[in-house]
Design a protein. Structure first.
Length: 383
C-alpha cells in the first residue's frame, strides 16, 4: 500500500514526489527535495490530496505506507507535525497566516519534517500572501510548505518563483470509471454516466453516482435551456436554478455545521455535566457561527458554478452535433433535445451563449449578486 495510490491518473506527480521523499530521507535539500512546493490542477484533479499524500509520506517512517499511525493521522489532519490550512470562507486573511506561522515556528516534534499544507493558496489576500512569502523565503530547516491552487496565475509571482511547481492533469473518463467501480463499489453503468457528465472531476462523479437527489437536481437544471422562450420564462428558469443550487449547498453545509456546533459545545463542557459552557465557550461559538456563515456563502457560489458548468456542457454538445461529431456527447441522455437546438440555433449564437455562461461564472467569482447574474444569463440564453 502507498499513500500515493489515491492519486488518479497522475503518474508524473507520483514519480516526482517519491523521488523527493527518497531524497528527504537523507535530510538534505537536493534537486529532488525542496522546502516549498506548489500543486496546481483543475478542480477535482486532486491537488490537495496530492499535497496531503506527500505530507504523510514525509512524516511516515516507511515513506508513505498508508497504514501506520503517522500516515493515517496526517491524512485525517491530526498529525502533530502536519498542519493543514483549509479555508471554507472566501479568503484567507493575514491573521490566519500569522497564527499559522506561530504554530509552525518550532522544529517538528516527532517526525523528521514539519509540513504545512495550504489548500487554497489562491484565496490568500495580498497581505496574507506577503506574510507567507517571508516564511517561505526563510524557512525553518525542517519545514516544508505545500501550496495548492487551480493555476499558476492564481498565485503571486513572488511566491511562484520560490516554489517547485507540479501540475496535475484532469484524469481521463476511463480512469475515473475505474476508481468509482473498484474503490467505491459503484455499478459500472452508473460509474460510466457519472464519469462522463462530471468531466474528470472525481469528487463530483462520486457524489453524483451516490445520490439520487443530486442527479435529479442536475436533470432539472439541464432541462432549463429548453424552457426559455421569452423574458418571463427566462426569469422563472433563473429562479429555479438559483433555488436548486442553494438547496444543494445548504443541505451540505447544514449537516456540517450542526456537527461542528455539537463538537464545539462538547469541547467547552456543554451537556456532559448538565451545566452550561465554560467561560470563553460563547465567544468560540460566535466565531464558529461566523465561519459557518462565510462557508455557506461560498458553498452556494460553488454550487451555482457547478450548475453553470453543467449548462455549458449542454451547449458544447449542441456544437458537437452541429460539427457532425455526435458520438462524443457529454449529455447523451438528452440527445433528441440537443439535436433540436442544433437545428434551430446557429453555431455563432451557441458560441455566444457559452461565452455568456463563462462571463456569468466570472461575475459570480467577483461576488456579483447570484440571482441578478443568473437572470441576466437566462435572458442571454433565451433565443
Ligand atoms: Zn506510514
Amino acid at each position: 500500500m502507498s499513500v500515493f495510490a489515491e492519486l488518479i491518473g497522475q503518474p508524473h506527480i507520483v514519480l516526482a514526489l517519491k523521488d523527493a521523499v527518497r531524497s528527504a530521507r537523507n535530510g538534505e535539500e537536493t534537486q529532488e527535495m525542496t522546502h516549498a512546493w506548489l500543486f496546481t490542477g483543475p478542480p477535482g484533479s486532486g491537488r490537495s490530496s496530492a499535497a496531503i499524500a506527500f505530507a504523510a509520506a514525509l512524516v511516515c517512517p516507511e515513506s508513505g505506507c498508508d497504514t501506520c499511525i503517522d500516515c493515517r493521522s496526517a491524512k485525517a489532519g491530526g498529525h502533530a507535525d502536519v498542519e493543514i490550512l483549509a479555508t471554507e470562507g472566501l479568503s484567507i486573511k493575514i491573521d490566519e497566516v500569522r497564527e499559522l506561522m506561530q504554530r509552525v515556528a518550532w522544529s517538528p516534534s516527532v517526525a523528521p519534517w514539519r509540513v504545512v499544507v495550504i489548500e487554497d493558496a489562491d484565496r490568500l489576500t495580498e497581505s496574507a500572501a506577503n506574510a507567507l512569502l517571508k516564511a517561505i523565503e526563510e524557512p525553518g530547516a525542517r519545514t516544508v510548505w505545500l501550496l495548492c491552487a487551480p493555476s499558476l496565475s492564481d498565485v503571486l509571482p513572488t511566491i511562484r518563483s520560490r516554489t517547485r511547481h507540479l501540475q496535475l492533469r484532469t484524469p481521463s473518463q476511463s480512469e475515473v470509471v475505474r476508481v468509482l467501480v473498484e474503490r467505491d463499489q459503484i455499478a459500472p453503468g452508473m460509474a460510466d454516466f457519472a464519469a462522463r457528465v462530471s468531466q474528470g472531476h472525481i469528487g463530483r462523479a462520486r457524489y453524483l453516482a451516490r445520490d439520487e437527489n443530486i442527479r435529479s437536481r442536475r436533470n432539472v437544471i439541464l432541462s432549463l435551456p429548453f424552457t426559455i422562450t421569452n423574458i418571463a420564462t427566462a426569469f422563472s428558469a433563473a429562479a429555479t436554478l438559483v433555488s436548486l443550487a442553494t438547496e444543494e449547498a445548504n443541505s451540505q453545509s447544514a449537516s456540517k455545521s450542526e456537527k461542528e456546533t455539537q463538537e464545539l459545545g462538547m469541547a467547552w463542557g456543554q451537556g456532559a455535566t448538565g451545566r452550561g459552557m465554560a467561560s470563553g465557550g460563547a465567544k468560540a461559538l460566535k466565531e464558529l457561527e461566523k465561519e459557518q456563515k462565510s462557508r455557506a456563502t461560498r458553498m452556494v457560489r460553488d454550487s451555482l458554478d457547478g450548475a453553470l458548468l453543467d449548462l455549458a456542457t449542454l451547449y458544447r454538445d449542441v456544437l458537437m452535433v452541429q460539427s457532425g461529431v455526435e458520438a462524443s456527447l457529454i449529455n447523451s441522455e438528452l440527445r433528441e433535445q440537443i439535436v433540436q437546438l442544433a437545428n434551430r440555433i446557429r453555431p455563432e449564437k451557441i458560441l455566444q451563449k457559452i461565452d455568456s455562461i463563462m462571463q456569468a461564472r466570472t461575475n459570480l467569482s467577483f461576488n456579483a449578486a447570484p440571482l441578478l447574474t443568473i437572470e441576466a444569463l437566462m435572458c442571454a440564453l433565451s433565443e
